[in-house]
Design a protein around this ligand. Structure first.
Ligand SMILES: Cc1cc2nc3c(=O)[nH]c(=O)nc-3n(C[C@H](O)[C@H](O)[C@H](O)COP(=O)(O)OP(=O)(O)OC[C@H]3O[C@@H](n4cnc5c(N)ncnc54)[C@H](O)[C@@H]3O)c2cc1C
Length: 328
């Protein structure tokens, strides 16, 4: 009796921490799904790595989103969508999902900051991932090259590092690194840092930080581990900055699926195949927005897909039959 009493609260706590729906990516696709799942009383969490890390969040002006006649920045539009989802009870956390276990009734997502469990998962990570790497990047991955300061900053205590990127994610990761490193070169490919002004001000005021604007990363150099980064300032000569670590947050145009570790099959173009209710091949796992194949890359389309998936998830979690054909 005593034993069962002591076990019961643990089980209840575990149940308490398991969400009905975990959504990876808080762009228009993920946030619209959250509005509908939260409003359907499903316990919903949205995990997003940064407001300006997605396609909409980084867009300077949107004029064609229905119901928003005045031009707004993409970040403002995403922010409004997130507030709407929060009003219905959706929880938003800033974290980057690094790996997942999607099989089974309870799915597990590992982020840099925490682990999340849910009975259904929506993948809405967009297509701002990179395909092509710079020379040396793959060779020194895990030996000085990193994509996660939260995970790896402590290895660079009192060392010199480079952070490469221009969005909120890059700046936040750089700010985290400043607590550990002796010096940080912020290599920004654009002519200004395209992140929240308060974050940029905090970074540039830090005496450990040197910002190099309009500068491209050409290669990561090393000998067993990273020894430097080769950079090219616009209109100037290439130079090698001696560093022990290179944290890279550049964007491209490839679906972001690296955290899946091959658990879902991808099309030759690297996107996630889904059926007409946005179900992937694993039950309880859905994909919406720019991360899927045959998709028109517009915010309103991504939002609509999020809504269709949310309605399908409600049916899935309540054991109701879909009106559509099954994957098989
Ligand atoms: C320059 C540009 C201009 C555009 N202009 C327009 C326009 O005028 N009108 C229009 O309708 N559409 C426009 N688009 C297209 C539109 O922005 C996209 O179709 C839409 O944003 C796709 O939505 P999404 O939610 O699928 O992806 P995204 O908006 O890319 O959002 C994905 C989210 O996932 C998060 N994420 C990614 N990986 C992880 C991870 N591992 N862990 C946690 N979070 C993660 C990102 O931080 C991001 O917030 C434009 C796109 C670009 C690039």
């Amino acid at each position: 009796m005593g034993l069962s009493l002591s076990l019961t609260p643990g089980a209840a706590e575990e149940e308490e921490k398991t969400y009905d729906v975990a959504i990876i990516g808080g762009g228009p696709a993920g946030t619209s799904a959250a509005i509908y799942t939260a409003r359907a009383d499903l316990k919903t969490i949205v995990i997003d790595k940064g407001l300006t890390a997605g396609a909409l969040g980084m867009t300077s002006k949107i004029e064609n989103y229905p119901g928003v006649p005045e031009p707004v920045t993409g970040a403002e539009l995403v922010e409004r969508m997130r507030r709407q989802a929060e009003r219905f009870g959706a929880e938003f956390v800033q974290d980057k999902i690094l790996s997942t276990e999607l099989e089974g009734d309870v799915k597990v997502l590992w982020g840099g900051e925490a682990t999340y469990k849910a009975r259904a998962v929506v993948i809405a990570t967009g297509s701002m991932g990179r395909g092509k790497r710079v020379p040396g990047e793959d060779e020194f991955l895990g030996r000085g090259v990193s994509y996660c300061a939260t995970c790896d900053a402590a290895f660079f205590r009192d060392k010199v590092v480079a952070v490469v990127g221009s969005n909120d994610e890059a700046v936040e990761e750089a700010l985290h690194l400043t607590k550990f490193v002796s010096r940080l070169h912020m290599i920004v490919p654009t002519s200004e840092i395209k992140a929240e002004p308060a974050l940029v001000a905090e970074l540039t005021a830090n005496p450990k930080v040197e910002v190099l604007l309009s500068t491209r990363l050409r290669a990561v150099e090393g000998n067993g581990t990273v020894t430097g980064v080769r950079v090219a300032p616009r209109g100037g000569d290439e130079q090698v900055l001696p560093v022990h670590g290179a944290f890279i947050y550049l964007q491209g145009a490839r679906p972001i699926t690296d955290f899946l570790d091959g658990q879902l099959s991808l099309s030759p173009g690297g996107c996630l195949p889904v059926d007409d209710e946005y179900r992937t091949e694993i039950p309880g796992v859905y994909a919406v927005g720019d991360v899927i194949c045959d998709h028109v890359k517009q915010a309103v389309v991504a939002a609509a897909e999020g809504v269709i998936a949310a309605l399908a998830i409600d049916r899935y979690l309540h054991g109701r039959k879909s009106t559509r054909a099954d994957w098989s």
